[in-house]
Design a protein around this ligand. Sequence first.
Ligand SMILES: [Zn+2]
Ligand SMILES: [Zn+2]
Length: 137
Amino acid sequence: MSTTTLKGSCLCGAVKYEVTGEATRFFHCHCSRCRKATGTGHASNMFLQPGELKWLQGEDQVRSFKLPDAKRFTNTFCATCGGRLPRQAPGTDVVLVPAGSLDSDAPIKPQARIFTAWSAKWACSGDALPAYPELPT
Ligand SMILES: [Zn+2]
Ligand SMILES: [Zn+2]
């Protein structure tokens, strides 16, 4: 696996970012938290590890909501348009990138559907990706 540099931005364009690192994992997450955070059937999250996140523009617009009863779940988004943005998991070298926020092409393809135990009945599936009720082991 090689190091890549990717660029992305929010819906209104106020926030722009650059992430650098190794794209190791790319999951469609069907958990109820991702559904609520995105308003869609699943979130498409790519993980860089080791990864580094740099705000190129609009860092003062970046907001984070940490779900109080969650260990890690945090929604990071633009204060103006609500578009989801990447985040560095605190105390780790992992960067989570909501793939839809990328302006660059993703270097890897989705590998699996996860937390399908929480999947909405109508969520898309229908492809050959492996599905895990929770996290793959
Ligand atoms: Zn925005
Ligand atoms: Zn999720």
